[in-house]
Ligand binder design. Sequence first.
Ligand SMILES: [Zn+2]
Ligand SMILES: [Zn+2]
Length: 269
Amino acid sequence: MFNSHFHSKYSHDAHSELESIIDCAIKKGFKGIALTDHCNCNFTPERNDFETVSAGLIKLESLKEKYQGKIKLLKGVEIGEELFRKENAEKMRAIGGYDVILGSSHEYLRDGVFLRTATQEYDKWTSEEVSGYTNYYYSYILQMVKETDIDVVCHLTLPLRYLKRRGVNYDNTVHDNTIKEIFSLMIKRGIALELNTSGYLSGLFLPDEYYLKLYKSVGGKLVTIGTDAHVDEKIAQGFLEGLELLKKAGFSSYYYFEKRKPQEVKIQI
Ligand SMILES: [Zn+2]
Ligand SMILES: [Zn+2]
């Protein structure tokens, strides 16, 4: 089992020590895990992800000897909002030695202001406002897969999680043509699709079975699994359920990245 997405205390929104997470991962039976702390590319004195992510990767490197033969420790980063902050993203990328680079979007640029998408009160928004956000999101992801040097698109369809939390029903199929375009570009560029299992308890995988099947139907093969855990004991959250879902969607393998090259893992359940 290889988990390609988790956060440690080196992310602004997580607190677990790396060793504690690694010990939990070994207990849960993982053969490898990729540390992918947040880099929002907006390096300010209040939140300097360049410093924290770098410190986390140095710590990970220092633990490799201790855990040798027990678990593979992979170096990664989750880069968000790169299109607006390219120089800082390049600075983050330039430290090098990555096994995997995830690309994501957590903000919504509306009327010149970046809104944090996780915390908006969508239930108070009009349907036009909601569409404004979702249109923005998919065009951002499309641009991201066109322009940026990433290995994995993580938690595709993220707006569905936030809308669901606020009780907003939303028909995402209006974006299917854009999503197909995103998939085609990813396949062409060798960028993998992540199955993000962090929402499994509420029954919402990102993306869900419908989009996994759509990805497969247009020729998609490269799928990674990320639990996106922000707490040590949740390192395996939804992982086995994610494997079941992949099988159901017609995949017989998933992948993890090492030195930025996809490695195949057969699904054996
Ligand atoms: Zn994320
Ligand atoms: Zn994440």
